[in-house]
Design a protein around this ligand. Structure first.
Ligand SMILES: CC(C)(COP(=O)(O)OP(=O)(O)OC[C@H]1O[C@@H](n2cnc3c(N)ncnc32)[C@H](O)[C@@H]1OP(=O)(O)O)[C@@H](O)C(=O)NCCC(=O)NCCS
Length: 207
C-alpha cells in the first residue's frame, strides 16, 4: 500500500526562539502542524482525559480529579519534560488544537521508541488527520534521530486506528489476548520506511 504523498513542506521543521528562553518545534504535515505543547492546551487535554469514550479507546484510566488539581502537574511536566519522551500538540492548518501525539520510552541502546496519538476532537476522526499525523511524526523521527524502529499498540477492537497505522506502513507483529482487553502491536522499521519513501519519490518523478 503506497504511503500518503507529502507536500514539499511535509515533515519540515521550524525551530524558533520563544521569548528568548528556549527553542520551540513546529513540524508541518499536509493537514496538520505538530507543535510543542503549552499551557493553552490544558483545557482541551483535561476535557479529553475525563471523556469516557476516549479513555476506553485509548485503554487509559479515566481521570478523576478537578481541573484545578490537574493544572499544577500539567504545568510542571511542561517545564520539566521527561527525558525519554517528546510530545506535541496536533493543530489544524488554522491553528485549532485537535489532539496530541508523542514518542516515548525512547531507548537509545535498542534504537527504538513507542508512538502514541489521540485525536480528541471527534469532528476530525476518519478524515485523514491521523494518517497525516503519523506520517509526519514518523518522518520527523527517522530524519532527526538515529532510531531504527517505531512501535505502538492499539486495542484489537479499534479498527479505525489499525487502518490508519496500516496506511502509514506499520505492520502487526504480535497479538496479545491472554489479558483483557486484547491489543494489537504494530511496528515500522527505518529500512521499510526508507523503501516506501524512495518508491513514492520515484512515482512522483514519473508523473
Ligand atoms: C485512531 C485515530 C488516531 C485515527 O485517526 P483518524 O484521523 O481518525 O484516521 P484516518 O482518517 O487517517 O484513517 C482511518 C481509516 O479508517 C477508516 N475508518 C473510519 N472509521 C472506521 C471504523 N469505525 N471502522 C473501520 N474503519 C474506519 C477510515 O475510512 C480511514 O480509512 P480510509 O482512508 O481507507 O478511508 C483517531 O481516530 C483517534 O485518535 N481516535 C480516538 C482515540 C483512539 O482511538 N485512540 C487510540 C489510538 S491508538
Amino acid at each position: 500500500m503506497p504511503l500518503q504523498r507529502s507536500n514539499p513542506l511535509s515533515g519540515r521543521v521550524t525551530v524558533f526562539e520563544e521569548f528568548g528562553l528556549r527553542s520551540s518545534i513546529m513540524i508541518n504535515g499536509n493537514k496538520v502542524r505538530l507543535c510543542d505543547k503549552n499551557l493553552t492546551n490544558a483545557v482541551n487535554d483535561y476535557a479529553w482525559r475525563i471523556d469516557p469514550e476516549l479513555a476506553r479507546l485509548d485503554a487509559a484510566p479515566l481521570l478523576n480529579i478537578s481541573f484545578t488539581e490537574y493544572l499544577p502537574n500539567y504545568a510542571s511536566e511542561l517545564h520539566h519534560p521527561p527525558p525519554a519522551k517528546q510530545q506535541f500538540a496536533i493543530l489544524t492548518s488554522n491553528g485549532k488544537h485537535i489532539g496530541n501525539c508523542t514518542y516515548y520510552d525512547i531507548n537509545e541502546s535498542k534504537d527504538e521508541a513507542e508512538l502514541g496519538l489521540m485525536i480528541g476532537n471527534r469532528n476530525y476522526w476518519g478524515k485523514g488527520y491521523g494518517t497525516d499525523v503519523v506520517t509526519t511524526l514518523v518522518s520527523y523521527i527517522f530524519d532527526k534521530t538515529n532510531l531504527k524502529r517505531i512501535y505502538l499498540k492499539t486495542l484489537k477492537s479499534n479498527q479505525r486506528a489499525q487502518k490508519c497505522f496500516n496506511k502509514c506502513g506499520f505492520t502487526p507483529y504480535e497479538h496479545r489476548s491472554s489479558n483483557r482487553p486484547s491489543f494489537v502491536f504494530m511496528e515500522l522499521y527505518r529500512t521499510k520506511w526508507q523503501q516506501n519513501k524512495d518508491k513514492n519519490d520515484d512515482e512522483s518523478k514519473k508523473e
